[in-house]
Design a protein around this ligand. Sequence first.
Ligand code: NAD
Length: 438
Amino acid sequence: MDIAVVGVGYVGLVSATCFAELGAHVHCVDVDARKIEQLNQGVIPIYEPGLEKMIARNVTAGRLRFGTEISKAMPKAEIVFIAVGTPSDEDGSADLSYVIEAARSIGRSMTRYTLVVTKSTVPVGSSEMVRKAVREELTRRRLDIDFDVASNPEFLKEGNAIDDFMKPDRVVVGVDSDKARELITSLYKPMLLNNFRVLFMDIPSAEMTKYAANAMLATRISFMNDVANLCERVGADVSMVRLGIGSDSRIGSKFLYPGCGYGGSCFPKDVKALIKTAADNGYRMEVLEAVESVNEKQKNVLFDKFSAYYNQDIQGKQAAIWGLSFKPGTDDMREAPSLVLIERLLEAGCRVRVYDPVAMQEAGARLGDRVEYATDMYDAVKGADALFHVTEWKEFRMPDWTAIHKAMATPLIIDGRNVYEVPSERGFVLLNIGSSSI
Ligand code: NAD
C-alpha cells in the first residue's frame, strides 16, 4: 500500500517509519526544507530511541522517502495522513491553521480517490473542516474527485514512541464510509493479525477520545500532586499512599506519580483546548480547570522548597539542574517544568548550571548564555547550593553520593521525582514531593 504523511515531527516521523516497517510505501512531506534535507542525509531531527536505525532500514529498503512537495506523493497515495502541529492559540483553543493548510495542499494536488486521515490532535468538527478545505481546492481546480476523511488520533508517548506505535493498547479510528474503513483495515492489518484492537467509531467520537484520554491522564497527575502537597502538611508519605491506592484494581498503578507538574507538547495544550471547546459550547469543564491550575502551581513547588530552605535568602546561590526535557527519553522541552524552575531561579539572582543527557542542544537554543552548561551530571553539581532532580533519566537513578557530597557547596537535594534516598549521615538534606515538609 502507498501512503503519504504530511508533517514530519515527532508523530509524523514515527508513524511514517512504523508504517514503512509494517510494509507500506511511505512518502513523507514537510514544509521545513531543512528538516527534509537533514532526513535525506540520514540526520534525524529528533531524539527517539530506536528511530534512527528503523528509518535507515526502511529508506534502504525503498519503503520510506522524504520530500517537500506533496504533489509528488499524491498520485500514488491511497491514504494521506495529516500529522502537523496543533499548538495552543492565544485563547487556549487548538490552532488549526497548519491542519487546514495541509488539507488545502492535499486538495491542490489530489489526482484520484484518496482517504485523508487526521492524525494530529484536533477538536471535534475538525475533520469536517478538513473535508471542506480539500473540497474547496478541488472545486477551484474544477475537479470532482471522490475522497473521504477519517480521524485516527495518535496515542504514542515520546521516549517510547516506536513500541507504543507498534504495540498499541488500541488504535482508534473514526470513519463515516465503508471504503474508509476498508482502507484503514488493510493498512493496520499486520496489527490486527497480532491481535491489537482497532476500535472503529464515528469521527466526532474519535476526535473526542484523544482529548478525553489526555485530560484523564493529566487529571490523575494533578490529583496526585494535590494529594502529595496535603501529605506534606499532615505528615503522610505520598509514596506509601500511591502504593496503597494503586493496588486497588479499580484505580490501577499507572500515572499516579506526583512530581513537579506535567509538561510537554500535549497535556498542557490539550487540557486547555478541551476547556475552550466546552466554553464554546456553553459548558464549563470545572474538573479540568482545577487540573490546570494545580499544575501551574506544581511547576513552582521545587523553587518554593529551595527558597524556604534558605529563608528566602537565595540571591547569588548556585543551582544545579539534572534533567531539562519534559520527561525522560526525549529532547522535547515544550512546556517543561525545568523551564519554569530555571526562570524563577534566574529572576531570584541565582546562578544556574544545567545538565541533560540529550536535551543540551535544545536547551542552548532556548536559554542561550543565561545558564551554564555542564559536561556531565557531576560537573553540574560543582559548587552548588542545591541539586534539583527534575527529569528522571535512568542515568540519574543511582548517583555516586560521595562524589556529589565532595562537589557541592551545600548538600541539599531537591528531588522532583521522588527517586532518592540519600545517606543522611553525610549531612545531606533531601526535600521531595509529598513526604518532606519545610
Ligand atoms: P511537531 O511540531 O513535532 O511537528 C509538526 C511538523 O509539521 C513540523 O515538522 C512542521 O514543519 C510540519 N508542518 C507544518 N505545517 C505543514 C504543512 N502545511 N505541510 C507539511 N508539513 C507541515 O508536532 P508533533 O509533536 O509531531 O505533533 C503533531 C500532532 O500530533 C499534534 O496535533 C499533537 O498534539 C499530536 N500528538 C503529539 C504527540 C507527541 O508526543 N508529540 C503524541 C500524540 C499526538
